[in-house]
Design a protein around this ligand. Structure first.
Ligand code: ADE
Length: 239
């Protein structure tokens, strides 16, 4: 998969993608990440990328042309069609289903705004969808882009080792994850649930499922409606 990031700070997103699973996905050739700075496409001595908004009001708005030129350069760098995603608090809220959908594209172009936003005409002309990473306002789209790069990179085939399998992740089945334990068995902070040491895989799977269901019910009951629980799940939840 190829991801191009359009940003005044493309190095920031590249740094976020340099470590751990995402860094390894890059090394394995599963993800190629490219940054494009609209300032490189801006004109004049000052290389302006923003202007005051028409109609007045605070803040600055990013100019059409530097962004359009950067998007065009990114598109031209590879023949595969790219889905252009604008990082914006006005977008659809990112969840694991949306991450899976984005991860299935051969190419993404992530457009990061700064200041008050981006001239609406550029968004109308070039952007396929707006995505938000949550109901709060960041000072730019870069952190949101880094979140998407991370979440889609780990879903690429071969990015995770078996032990890290994405199938077991929180949200992959619409529920929160179960608790995890490792050595030592006895510690001043407490013991380890006996079932995990029983060696009985069916019991362990049942316990984990029950913990997932219980936590989701306690912490995110909204997810339970969507998760499509089986009869067996309902029994576990009531037990
Ligand atoms: N840019 C600023 N805030 C944002 C958010 N919550 N999600 C995505 N992009 C943003």
């Amino acid at each position: 998969m190829r991801i191009d990031v359009i940003s005044l700070f493309p190095e920031f997103v590249a740094q976020c993608a340099a470590f751990g699973v995402v860094g390894r996905a890059g090394e394995r050739g599963l993800l190629s990440l490219h940054g494009w700075n609209p300032r490189d496409y801006a004109e004049g001595n000052y290389r302006r990328v923003d202007e005051r908004p028409f109609g007045g009001g605070p803040g600055m708005v990013m100019l059409i042309e530097p962004l359009r030129a950067a998007i065009r350069a990114a598109r031209a760098a590879d023949p595969a069609p790219a889905r252009v995603v604008y990082m914006s608090p006005q977008g659809v809220r990112l969840d694991q289903a949306k991450v899976r959908e984005l991860a299935a594209h051969e190419r993404l172009i992530l457009l990061c705004g700064r200041y008050e936003g981006v001239d609406e005409r550029l968004i109308q002309a070039e952007v396929d969808e707006d995505v938000s990473i949550g109901d709060y306002v960041l000072s730019g789209g870069e952190l949101a882009a880094a979140v998407i790069v991370d979440a889609v990179a780990r879903l690429q085939d071969g990015a995770l080792n078996d032990a890290e399998s994405a199938v077991q992740d929180s949200f992959e089945d619409g529920l929160l994850d179960c608790p995890h334990y490792t050595r030592p068995v006895e510690h001043e902070l407490g013991g380890v649930p006996a079932v995990l040491m029983s060696g009985n895989h069916a019991h362990i799977a049942r316990w984990r499922r029950q913990q997932s269901l219980g936590r989701t019910w306690q912490r995110r009951p909204d997810l339970l409606d969507e998760a499509g629980l089986s009869k067996a799940d309902r029994k576990l939840l009531e037990a």
